[in-house]
Design a protein around this ligand. Sequence first.
Ligand SMILES: Cc1cc2nc3c(=O)[nH]c(=O)nc-3n(C[C@H](O)[C@H](O)[C@H](O)COP(=O)(O)OP(=O)(O)OC[C@H]3O[C@@H](n4cnc5c(N)ncnc54)[C@H](O)[C@@H]3O)c2cc1C
Length: 491
Amino acid sequence: MTYDIAIIGAGVAGSYIARECSRYKLKTVLIDGESDVGNQISMANSAIIHAGYDAPSDSLKGRFNAAGCLMYEKVCQDLDVPFKRCGSLVVAHDEFEMLTLHDLYQNGLRNGVPGMQILFQEEVHKLEPNLADDICGALYAPVAGVVSPFEMVAKLAENAVDNGVELKLDTIVESIESNDGYFTLGTNNGEIKSKIIVNAAGLYADDVYELIGEPYFELLARKGQYFIFDKEVGDTVENVIFPCPSKKGKGILVSPTVHGNLLIGPDANPTEKGDISTTQNELNFIKEAALKNVPKVGTMFGKIIRNYAGTRNTPIKTEFTTTDGDFIIEESPVKNLINVAGYESPGLTSIPAVSYYVMNDILLPILEREGIKVEENPDFNPKNKKHIYFKDLSEEEKIEVIKENPKYGKVICRCETITEGEIVDTIHRSAGAKSVKGVKKRCRAGMGRCQGGFCSPRVVEIIARELNIPVEEVNYDLNGKSYILTGETKK
Ligand SMILES: Cc1cc2nc3c(=O)[nH]c(=O)nc-3n(C[C@H](O)[C@H](O)[C@H](O)COP(=O)(O)OP(=O)(O)OC[C@H]3O[C@@H](n4cnc5c(N)ncnc54)[C@H](O)[C@@H]3O)c2cc1C
């Protein structure tokens, strides 16, 4: 099959753009080297939907952040993704930091951020009683929010596939050639031919581009580590709490998560691509930084349920690059190849606006230029099939649901109250779960206090049964390196 559009990378960028493509009658393929969608940067970030006051207004980040933020309700409603506009505070400890807040406020106005306010000491502490006493003011942005990034990517990919996009996982793009107006992508999984390529390969977008183009941007991996706390202390803050930003970034935040946990992090340190290890020194640094704004965190370190790390894909200046830290979203010097690269924070927030731009301002004009007829997809359905969130149902609803499908009457993950019915549902959706981690990302079985200690064996059995494979073939992740069972010990 020859495609109109091949999208390399099924993170939030590639999956969202694929869904935009599925609004049209186009032959689109979404390719990822991993065995699940959203398994790299889009899986390990702060999950904040930023209001949009920090990026310079003449940058692409400034252009798309505030717009993307305001588009989140609609897409999350359509796809059934948990999202909450909890608000954010950038806090100041002295008059110099207060000046920074005023600069951010003015920049936010230029970027179109609605509803911002500068709050003074008393108002800040009224809003957030657990903040440090010496905090003398804050920039309040009520539109900031928190989302579930795992569910976001899985459900974007599901919707794209349901609307006609082909998803190819376990498919690493290793070479790109251009012949007779088509690209040929050489992969470990056979050749793929396409008229147009969208390079949304995250941390590896520079390497993917250099398979065919001369280097003009380079990405630096910068790791950020986190603590995630039990729900018992999830209400320590209501808003996302940021320190005043520095040259290194937005600083160590203390944030509620959309599912009711508490999150602190991330730091920012250069590392190797692919390194997502967590390290004691850096975690200690994060802890100290968080205490400056929310001292109560110091009493809560017995409630940590997990540490994790994510890696930023920061575009850097070198002798051959023309980038200055902004997103790279353009048709590249290689005709018909579009880069969505250097796509670091606020990439999660910006993606609804970025995808609209990529489709309407880049892809549609290229398709017209190349003489490819583009018609709207009359069957496009923006909505996903609703999930049943069993624990949120009323008693009557629970009884009804169990009557229809008794699997909803069997709780598998006790920490998060996730039923067998929900797990089976995530396995059988388009772009569905095939591993223990895939189930965890989509319906939270294993995300709770015991981190899967109790439910993982049950989840393995359910996956094996539903996919009709031996239990030994069910992995934690599907990268071939994370097997759980090797065979029976007793017959
Ligand atoms: C620590 C941290 C905190 C962040 N916090 C926030 C935040 O709070 N709010 C916010 O808005 N943004 C945040 N971001 C930024 C946001 O997470 C990213 O902008 C976004 O997730 C990037 O998505 P992506 O699809 O470009 O990359 P990815 O999710 O990495 O997807 C790229 C995909 O390409 C695939 N791939 C790579 N090479 C190949 C190849 N050769 N062949 C096939 N497939 C390939 C990979 O497997 C991967 O799945 C944060 C980022 C980090 C690292």
